[in-house]
Design a protein around this ligand. Structure first.
Ligand code: PLP
Length: 263
């Protein structure tokens, strides 16, 4: 017997983190937790533990394109989520796919460095993101470090967010987990102004995959039909609960429990 109420599909492009804390596993879990279905395309294989990334190898661009096209031709994809890309060639491959599907909203967490500090991007990837991907995005979710790497000349977060809007994305959510504020504050920009702010308590630990969790949950909720502010508010609350219930299987950052209600 088939299930007549299919879940909305989110096509994800992310790196594989063998600790299971960040990357594609975080995406799959956070999207499943919103009752959407993740279709995962791995962009890069990383070598890492819960402290830092030690190495990574991008997947061949042609294989990425073939995987994505196989899914897009088979399923009605409601949203596309981008995470770690790893190389300019991967950004170019994804650009070629996105231009064939201009009506699917693209939600992009521009992963440029690992939580432990290791770089996951080179200048040619940053340039490919600016020229090829940002013009096709519905929402980009940089933290403050990523925001300023993508907009080298801007003095303030708000000026930098305006520059990203100017590059063509419809919305920018500047996430505040790395900022020096008492609470964590995310700011949503669109239409060349700050539209909304979302605040939540700051927790004391460091987490592996918190940014992936937030952005994937937003993508899963947008795919369900929530409006952007509602999706962000719900995803922020979901992420906070999964961080509060995080576990510590390794020697470094904690791993969110993205099914925290399932004890
Ligand atoms: N994706 C991959 C494959 C990673 O290795 C990392 C960080 O190490 C991230 C995404 C970003 O993780 P976070 O959500 O902690 O910023």
């Amino acid at each position: 017997m088939t299930n007549q109420t299919n879940k909305p599909v989110v096509l994800c492009f992310s790196g594989l983190d063998p600790t299971g804390g960040a990357g594609i596993q975080a995406d799959i879990e956070a999207i499943a937790a919103q009752s959407s279905h993740a279709a995962p395309v791995v962009t890069a294989l990383t070598v890492q533990d819960t402290n830092n990334v030690k190495d990574f190898a991008p997947v061949k661009a042609e294989i990425i394109i073939q995987q994505a096209r196989a899914v897009l031709e088979d399923m009605p994809v409601a949203a596309i989520k981008l995470g770690m890309l790893g190389s300019a060639e991967t950004a170019e491959a994804i650009h070629s796919i996105l231009t064939s599907y201009p009506d699917i909203p693209v939600i992009f967490d521009p992963v440029l460095a690992a939580g432990g500090g290791a770089s996951l991007s080179q200048q040619n990837l940053i340039e490919a993101i600016q020229s090829l991907l940002l013009p096709l995005c519905y929402l980009v979710t940089p933290n403050t470090h990523e925001l300023h790497k993508l907009t080298a000349e801007a003095d303030t977060d708000s000026a930098a967010a305006m520059q990203l809007l100017d590059m063509g994305t419809e919305y920018v959510l500047v996430t505040g987990s790395h900022a020096d504020t008492k609470d964590v504050q995310h700011h949503l920009f669109g239409n060349f102004r700050c539209l909304n702010s979302f605040s939540s308590e700051r927790l004391e630990h460091e987490y592996h995959g918190s940014g992936c969790t937030l952005t994937s949950a937003i993508a899963g909720l947008l795919a369900q039909g929530h409006d952007i502010s509602q999706a962000i508010r719900r995803a922020q609350n979901y992420t906070l609960q999964s961080l509060k219930d995080a576990h510590s299987p390794g020697s470094g950052q904690l791993i969110p429990n993205r099914f925290y209600w399932n004890k």
